[in-house]
Write a protein that binds this ligand. Structure first.
Ligand code: NAD
Length: 383
């Protein structure tokens, strides 16, 4: 028998908290300027599974790139060890309080993947650490770039990070033993800020096309609002073509080689964005190749798009876990906090070392190069 609740009270509580969230968004200030800070504190969170293994070389390379800034006191690295599934399960919280305090004492974070327990497994019903961090630090913009130069593909996905089905994912109700209901939230303010982030990016980077992806023909209230607000924001950006697509055909478009390189910038609600960016990463060469940024006005968190890779570890292949995803995320972080030259250096070395027909190739299996071999090769080309 599932536990049943007073669903009317639950719905009222959800509505009250979401209306309060809207008021907070209305009164929030502008983006912090990281370069104007005397010191930028970068938090490093290893996470679970392959997380600490790919964090170690990423930190070593970041330290090398920012050595002068660390010496001058402009940059400080802070290692945050407590965000593991063991600690989280012990505390019964997505992010234990003491760990969240350490996280909030940083300006930006680089994070390895963290385990999200499945229903019924030994860790209990703990919310995803990522969802909790995105909500707690209001990291509303999930930005995921995908490039395949030889095909002319240069996509940037702007996935809304704090709403949709994920915002209330652990607050669904079992109304009776036979009826379960989850809740989906889309707000005008939440959509405006992700749309503005996407259009500002398009304008600043000479992109001419922004594609809005929903299922607004079926999911009329929430996706309908998302589409309408994005289109309205787009009216302030003359010269940028705005089109809209349904999520089902867009997933097909991305595997259509005849048209896929014509897309440039995408805006999506949370769930569709989560799914389609894994598809896009796979097209680029695998989830081990893609990084992502979670941006808010006061904090930013950068991470690989993939998870903890438990199967890779179970198969004894942890030496083959690809660090490129986290290194790409580190390059996005360098760019976000104003160290563009170092970001270009890292991206340039990654582009060079992952081109086809190179002598050191990681393919995530025991047939390819190990992580140590790849990192050594990367460092030789980091100039
Ligand atoms: P996964 O991303 O961990 O693995 C999917 C596949 O990709 C596996 O075959 C894995 O071996 C491979 N893979 C992933 N990263 C790789 C890398 N760097 N190099 C080579 N191969 C790599 O997805 P999953 O198995 O569905 O999830 C495992 C755990 O990770 C779950 O607990 C899930 O909740 C969590 N997760 C966390 C995040 C995050 O913290 N951002 C994201 C996704 C999943």
């Amino acid at each position: 028998m599932s536990e049943t609740v007073d669903y009317k009270q639950k719905i009222e509580d959800i509505v009250t908290s979401q209306l309060a969230r809207i008021e907070a968004m209305k009164s929030d200030s502008d983006f912090d300027d990281f370069q104007s800070l005397d010191k930028i504190v970068i938090g490093l969170i290893g996470g679970d599974g392959i997380g600490p293994l790919i964090m170690e070389p990423t930190y070593a390379i970041l330290f090398q790139l920012l050595e002068d800034e660390v010496k001058s006191g402009k940059v400080e690295f802070k290692k945050i060890d407590g965000l593991t599934i063991e600690n989280r399960a012990m505390a019964g919280k997505a992010i234990p309080d003491a760990v969240f305090e350490q996280i909030k004492s940083c300006n930006v974070l680089l994070k390895g993947p963290t385990t999200t327990p499945r229903k019924g497994d030994k860790w209990g019903n703990i919310e995803s650490a990522n969802v909790a961090m995105r909500k707690g630090l209001d990291l509303f913009g999930n930005v995921r770039p995908i490039t395949i130069p030889e095909e002319g593909i240069d996509w940037t996905f702007f996935r809304e990070n704090t709403e949709c089905l994920y915002a209330l994912g652990s607050q669904g109700v079992n109304v009776t033993d036979d009826l379960a209901i989850d809740f989906r939230v889309i707000t005008t303010q939440g959509t405006e800020r992700i749309a503005k982030m996407a259009f500002d990016y398009a304008k600043a980077n000479g992109k001419k096309r922004v594609s809005i992806v929903t299922k607004a023909n079926i999911v009329k209230a929430t996706d309908g609002k998302f589409l309408e607000v994005c289109k309205r924001v787009g009216e302030d950006y003359p010269g940028i073509e705005v089109d809209d697509w349904y999520i089902d055909i867009m997933t097909a478009n991305l595997v259509d080689k005849n048209i896929r390189n014509q897309f440039q910038v995408f805006i999506l609600p949370n769930l569709y964005g989560d799914i389609i960016t894994d598809e896009a990463a796979q097209i680029q060469g695998g989830v081990g190749t893609a990084g992502s940024a979670n941006l808010g006005k006061h904090y930013a968190m950068f991470e690989a798009v993939h998870g903890t890779a438990p199967r890779l570890i179970a198969d004894g292949l942890s030496d083959y876990a690809n660090p490129c995803s986290l290194l790409r995320a580190a390059a996005m972080m360098l760019s976000h906090i104003g160290f563009q030259e170092q970001a270009d250096k890292l991206n340039g070395a990654l582009d060079f070392c992952t081109e086809q027909d190179k002598e050191v190739v990681m393919d995530g299996t025991g047939n390819g190069a190990t992580r140590d071999e790849f990192v050594e090769y990367l460092c030789e080309n980091l100039f």
